[in-house]
Every structure is written in C-alpha cells, then in structure tokens.
Design a protein around this ligand. Structure first.
Ligand code: ZN
Length: 168
C-alpha cells in the first residue's frame, strides 16, 4: 500500500489530517462493524511486541505493556497497518501465542490465525511501512485510548460475548 492508497483509505474512514490512535481505532471498529480491543499485556521482553487476532466477533490488538507510550503507539499502528492494508495475516503463531496474547479468549473462537506457518514477510514490511507513515505524518500524539472500542453497529450477540469475556 503506497502513501496515496493509504491516504485514500484514511479518507474513506473519515479521518482528519491528524488524529489519535483512539480516533483511528474508533473508525476501524465502526467500518468493520465489530468491537476492537486494544489490550496491553506483559509480553516477554525478547519475544513478540504485539499481535493481531481476528476472531469471529472481535478484533484484538495486543501490545507490550512494559514499554514506552511511543513504542506502544507504534506497535498498535503496525497492527492497524495490517487491517488498513486488508491483510489476512496476523503476527501470532500457534495456540500458545493465542493464549499468550489473549488468555481470556477461547482458542476455539479464533477464526483466523493466518501467517502462523507461512509468515508473510512482505505483509509484515507493508504493515511496518504503514506504521511509519502513520507515526510520522498522521498520529497527533500519544493520547490515551480505551481498551474496548465497541461501535453502535456491533451485533447484540457480540455484546453478549463481551459480557461473557468479562473485564480481564
Ligand atoms: Zn505484523
């Protein structure tokens, strides 16, 4: 995704010239018509810094809890990069990673954990490029964001699922 396409995509999402992670998260959740969870977790220092889980009902971005706000924003923007580019890959591999990244989500709920075997390098590079452009040109600051972003369009079944998952 070159910068022009990214600009078009951001325009399609209704984004202003500059925005926060929270604003982009809300736009993505609204467009995808499903809740988006931005979940900090204490990930191993030498392992994954973040990941994206696309389940039947929810998109979950997990990011390293124990790092700077700037780094966290970059991790989240990288995962948003996968969504913006329409990738079907995620960064986590295997059920262990799923448990690590989303311990409260039943692995049976996970519909797609793509890229776990044929990890798509060019998609990783593209997500990283998008994160770089977002950070340099669009993200206004490291403002706070909610953990759950639930669009009005989320189905009642999803709201029940969220109740089931609880606050963990
Ligand atoms: Zn990635």
């Amino acid at each position: 995704m070159d910068r022009r396409r990214l600009r078009h995509e951001l325009h399609r999402l209704g984004m202003p010239a500059e925005f926060t992670v929270a604003q982009l998260a809300e736009a993505l959740a609204r467009t995808r018509a499903r809740p988006l969870r931005l979940r900090p977790e204490p990930l191993p220092a030498d392992g994954l810094t973040g990941g994206l889980l696309v389940t039947d009902d929810v998109d979950v971005v997990v990011y390293q809890r124990d790092t700077t706000a700037l780094h966290q924003t970059h991790i989240i923007c990288h995962e948003f990069g996968h969504l913006l580019a329409g990738h079907r890959t995620v960064d986590v591999r295997g059920p262990e990673a799923v448990r690590l990244l989303a311990p409260n989500i039943d692995p049976a709920v996970i519909r797609r954990i793509l890229g776990r075997t044929d990890y798509a390098k060019h998609e990783e590079q593209e997500a990283e490029d998008i994160a770089g452009v977002l950070m340099r040109r669009y993200i206004a600051d490291q403002a706070e964001h909610a953990e759950w972003i639930v669009p009005d369009t989320a189905a009642p079944a999803v709201r029940r699922l969220l109740d089931t998952l609880g606050p963990g």
